[in-house]
Design a protein. Sequence first.
Lengths: 155, 155
Amino acid sequence: MIPSGPFERHDHASCRARALAQADQVCGERLTPVRRRVLELLLESHVALGAYDVLERLRDEGHRAQPPVAYRALDFLVAQGLAHRIERLNAFIACHRPADCEAPAFLICRACNRVAETGNTPKRGALARDARALGFEIEETVIEARGLCPACQTP
Amino acid sequence: MIPSGPFERHDHASCRARALAQADQVCGERLTPVRRRVLELLLESHVALGAYDVLERLRDEGHRAQPPVAYRALDFLVAQGLAHRIERLNAFIACHRPADCEAPAFLICRACNRVAETGNTPKRGALARDARALGFEIEETVIEARGLCPACQTP
DNA sequence: TCGACCTTGTTATACTATAACATATCTCGT
DNA sequence: ACGAGATATGTTATAGTATAACAAGGTCGA
């Protein structure tokens, strides 16, 4: 499945608005002001933000926040499927299609740092087959590819 | 490709010896005493070790080591393909078949912490297909699955 | 009203990783 | 022999990432 992704020109305002609307719908009141604000921060670009990046932005806005504030909000968003943690970067990005996002994979551009989310079908993949053969029960899979996005390939 | 893996009973002494012999062959003199010792530490079990775990073991042996010592040795081993970094765990495991290890994937048991390495074929996978469609050039892929190994599935 | 649960605030600390500089050794070409 | 460059190690200090633990207020139903 191919996203209308961060690497292409797109109407980012509506991209962001759609994700936020879905978040409101999924969470209702549980999307408290801090949590919602953190999600907005993640939605500002397709670049992953570290917890301390988020923290700094909150502080810039006058919020006297300590690290747990950022981590809690991010953990919540991840738990709700509204954001994803990128292990390679120790950072987080918003999910742009929380509705259908079972087994996400990520393409991380090492030049511009933008991250694209792309669907995948681990149930059929070589990994799932190997796991089955070993009797290993997969609960969750991290798939992150690093490389160059189209815009960063030409010097 | 299915390894005769850490989740099965196996002759670990020879498992370890084989990996070490291959490492000697690959590196020659560059496998200095510290580096070799760190590899041996990683080979002691199929559980991933953090850099500070390694450091602690070195210190237990009388080596007055500082963090960079552990990180340097680990970085070297990873660069030579003799060890792998597990992003999910911020930890490292030895590679048990450095000879043919192009695109490894990992199965991490959340109960016993053992890690199995399994080959995969990303060139054909859904991820590679999506990347190609987006014009994204993949240089390196992290694939890590978390779950339960056979031994840990029965309570 | 009480208690269970959720959320946030706050302090302190643990864990992970690297920058930067110093020293030693080897090897290669001149 | 000499010096330049590459490699490896020692050491100090610090940067970056993450969580434990306790306090306090809010809501909601029994």
